[in-house]
Design a protein around this ligand. Structure first.
Ligand SMILES: *Cc1c(COP(=O)(O)O)cnc(C)c1O
Length: 501
């Protein structure tokens, strides 16, 4: 048998010394749920013999409070926003108001089957159409598709749309997408998957797009440019209107990676900056919880010029009646079964409606204020090169600590876990050495920002006096330093230990 994931001692420390395993805890006859007696035809209630177990499964009998306690304890083995700060740069790990969950769980939404008659889903389609319209209003665009399941899939669809536009204009040769070197790793990958070629342009010393390099790169092969704004250094591209002019003049279209919209929500719109397409990460800016692979939603919004190239199905409305404009059979732009990740979309709609225009504006204001407060306090500890005009996040560098104390950014991030803070994003963006990318979001009160700083102060003292403590961190979590590649590739989620975690 393989080693238990968590040694029993650690497990007991976390679950409490008196907590036996869930399997040892059961007592015959305890129930969390009583199924009502079947009052129909006896034979209709029987499962076919082939589907039945020969022996009942060996499961513990437990009461509802025991089950609830078990899963609450289990959830505390992990870090999550309900336990503490989660300043994972570029990921916008913000609080998900519980109202969103209630809305997404309404039976009129949650109990629908996607193959149901469209007459039965008028309310859902009205809600989704409202979300599309709201996202167009927020971004300054004419049309929206809720289909993509993630930011990266939104990028991919956006690239397909730009490509289809050029092909329809007889511009088959436009297959080059310019990408600043500060881009998110998904950007070049989406370009390649959509059958085009990424071409990197270097950033200036202040971390923004170099206009001279941009002009030199533009030409008859230019299909467009893909820009994250604000960029991955947390900086607004101040020359964006000029960038748009240069790219449009060369015949290209502008794509905005809108995953960082939290910085400008309610204040600036990509459509007004000259962009032609953007994707949004509903699971970042619009509060749907994420991590561990989904589900997410990365809708794209486009200009009227590009609308004809959006894939189906699209929601259409005629005199208060909603319907799907379905895909022509065999259409290869189909990117999602049915109509997107509806639960995620509904959470985003609830979030937008509950906050309203003023609320959305306050969100970006607080997100930027929190980031700038933290930047001012972190800078004396960990140097920040591109500190002028930071928006919702900033990138510090652990290079000096590495040189002086032999402590790497990875060690700092791991030690932060011992203080109940999730590690920031590290070693990204690639243009900053030993990068530590911090995005506090608007959800954090000042006290938790101060806690982050005092943790970092203590970690610096430790780096000076006991660096080995950092090399072996974390020490207070259920598992210590993992082989991260193995932990991700050989994920084992089965119950297999004597302790029953
Ligand atoms: C998160 C992120 C993405 C990718 O979004 P996914 O939903 O993870 O696919 C793309 N670009 C930026 C800047 C991001 O932060």
């Amino acid at each position: 048998m393989s080693e238990p994931i968590l040694p029993a001692t650690v497990c007991q420390r976390w679950l409490g010394a008196t907590q036996p395993s869930l399997f040892a805890k059961g007592r015959r006859g305890r129930r969390a749920l009583t199924v009502p007696a079947w009052d129909g035809d006896e034979s209709a209630a029987e499962l076919p013999a082939a589907c039945r177990r020969a022996e009942p499964a060996d499961l513990p009998d437990l009461s509802e409070p025991e089950v609830m306690r078990h899963f609450t304890l289990l959830s505390n083995l992990n870090h999550h926003l309900e336990r503490g700060m989660y300043p994972l740069g570029s990921c916008t790990m913000k609080f998900n108001p519980r109202l969103n969950e209630q809305v997404a769980a309404l039976p009129g939404f949650a109990a629908l089957h996607p193959a149901q008659d469209v007459e039965d889903m008028q309310g859902l389609l009205a809600a989704l159409k409202l979300l599309e319209d709201d996202l167009c209003e927020i971004t300054g665009f004419a049309a929206c598709s809720l289909l993509p399941s993630a930011g990266a899939q939104g990028e991919y669809l956006g690239m397909l749309v730009i490509r289809a536009f050029h092909v329809a204009n007889g511009d088959q040769d436009r297959d080059e997408i310019l990408i600043p070197d500060s881009a998110h790793g998904t950007n070049p990958a989406s370009v390649v998957l959509a059958g085009m070629r990424p071409r990197t342009i270097k950033s200036r010393a202040d971390g923004r797009i170099d206009l001279a390099a941009l002009r030199a790169a533009c030409g008859s092969r230019t299909a467009g440019i893909m820009i994250t704004n604000p960029n991955t250094l947390g900086l607004f591209e101040v020359d964006i209107v000029e960038v748009a002019r240069i790219v449009h003049e060369a015949g290209g279209r502008l794509y905005m990676d809108g995953a960082n919209l939290n910085a400008i929500l309610g204040r600036a719109r990509p459509g007004d900056m000259g962009f032609d397409v953007t994707h949004l990460n509903l699971h970042k800016t619009f509060s749907t919880p994420h991590g561990g692979g989904g589900p997410g939603a990365g809708p794209i919004c486009v200009t009227a010029e590009l609308e004809p190239f959006l894939p189906g199905p699209r929601i259409v409305e005629d005199d208060g009646q909603y319907d799907f404009d379905r895909l022509p059979a065999g259409d290869d732009t189909a990117i999602h079964a049915w109509y997107g990740n509806v639960g995620v979309c509904l959470r985003a709609l609830a979030y937008i409606l509950r906050n309203g225009g003023d609320g959305l504006k306050r969100i970006s204001g607080m997100a930027v204020l929190n980031a700038n407060y933290l930047l001012a306090r972190v800078k004396p500890l960990l140097p920040v090169d591109h500190a002028v005009g930071c928006l919702h996040e900033f990138v510090a560098s652990g290079s000096a600590w590495k040189e002086q104390h032999g402590v790497r950014t990875l060690d700092i991030a791991k030690r932060l876990l011992d203080f109940g803070v999730h590690a920031p994003t590290i070693y990204f963006p690639l243009i900053v050495e030993e990068a530590v990318m911090v995005e506090p979001t608007e959800s954090e009160p000042r006290e938790s920002l101060d806690h982050f700083v005092s943790a970092l102060e203590q970690i610096r003292r430790e780096a000076e006096t006991r660096p080995e403590l950092l090399h072996n961190a974390p020490h207070a979590t259920p598992v210590g330093r993992l082989d991260e590649a193995r932990a991700a590739r050989q994920l084992d989620l089965r119950w297999n230990g004597p302790c029953g975690c």
